[in-house]
Design a protein around this ligand. Structure first.
Ligand code: 48F
Length: 269
């Protein structure tokens, strides 16, 4: 049978539009497809949550591909091995509490397993703003990254979600938008972004977990963005904290979703 270019074109347009339309209203919208965002998306999707992830770049994966300084190996400490096991990522002990994994295997597996678990990922889409209602984040304002990169004057579109996760790494892009544009204060000591500190791997890894939480009504932070928001140090190419942070934010959001569903039921009665 002869292949028809018009049918190929129609197939792509129709399928993509259906996928995007299905995610205009979701329970959770994650911004950033690095390790923390992907792990969060995986566990949320696995638990049956309606979740979508938007990534600015063409390739999902954030800062994991390049290991440390382009030496494509990552280090993971013992506490995060259950997550590597859950995903089926191979690792080897280097010495006690230091395990290494091939960064390409690690990140490609996180992406693949997250999608297979039901996470829908849109690449090349940037969050350029949030939707707000009375000091609450209620969704995202999105544009094609190509529009952003070319500085084209094109209005964005918006998606509504019950909760948003900022998993944008060092950039802390969504929290920054909220700090600058949404009335109210962040749940940080100063009410503003505390700012990332220089490298201290041990402290940073513990703090990444502690700092993974709600930072503004409707907005959670995970991964390096959590430390940048709450003033923790950077950790370098050790990734256990990122993986555990993704799992923690997913658990917190599942809890928050069940509480808000209960509240809605009580109001209806
Ligand atoms: O930076 P990134 O990998 O974040 P992470 O999950 O992991 C941090 C580590 O990679 C590393 C580290 C660890 O040990 O410190 O840096 O916290 O991934 C963040 C992703 O967010 C995307 C960005 O392209 C990257 O892939 N991103 C940033 N801003 C936006 C965005 C935006 N406005 N809209 C959509 N995606």
């Amino acid at each position: 049978m002869e292949l028809d270019e018009v049918i190929i074109t129609k197939a792509i347009i129709e399928r993509f539009c259906r996928k995007l339309t299905a995610h205009i209203e979701t329970a959770i919208a994650i911004v950033g497809g690095g390790p923390s965002g992907l792990v969060a998306g995986y566990f949320l999707a696995k638990a049956g949550g309606k979740v979508v992830l938007f990534e600015r770049k063409l390739s999902v994966g954030g800062g994991m591909w390049g290991g440390g300084m382009l030496f494509n190996e990552i280090v993971v400490q013992e506490a995060a091995l259950p997550i590597l096991n859950e995903f089926g990522i191979s690792y080897r002990e280097f010495q006690k509490n230091y395990y290494t994994a091939d960064s390409v295997e690690a990140i490609s597996t996180l992406i693949s397993r997250a999608v297979k678990a039901g996470l829908t990922i849109f690449n090349c889409i940037s969050a350029e703003d949030v939707l707000m209602r009375k000091s609450r984040v209620t969704g995202l304002v999105l544009n094609w990254s190509a529009v952003e990169i070319a500085h084209l004057h094109v209005d964005p579109l918006a998606v509504r979600s019950e909760f948003v996760v900022d998993a944008t790494g060092h950039e802390t892009a969504v929290v920054r938008l909220v700090q600058d544009k949404v009335p109210g204060k962040l749940k940080t000591p100063s009410g503003k972004i505390e700012g990332e500190k220089s490298m201290w791997s041990d402290k940073a890894e513990c703090l990444t977990l502690r700092n993974t939480r709600e930072v503004f009504p409707g907005l959670y932070v995970a991964g390096m963005a959590a430390n940048a928001t709450f003033g923790g140090p950077r950790m370098g190419p050790i990734f256990g904290g990122m993986l555990l942070s993704g799992k923690k934010v997913a658990d917190m959001l599942l809890q928050a979703l069940s509480s808000s569903a209960k509240e809605r039921r009580t109001k209806r009665q």
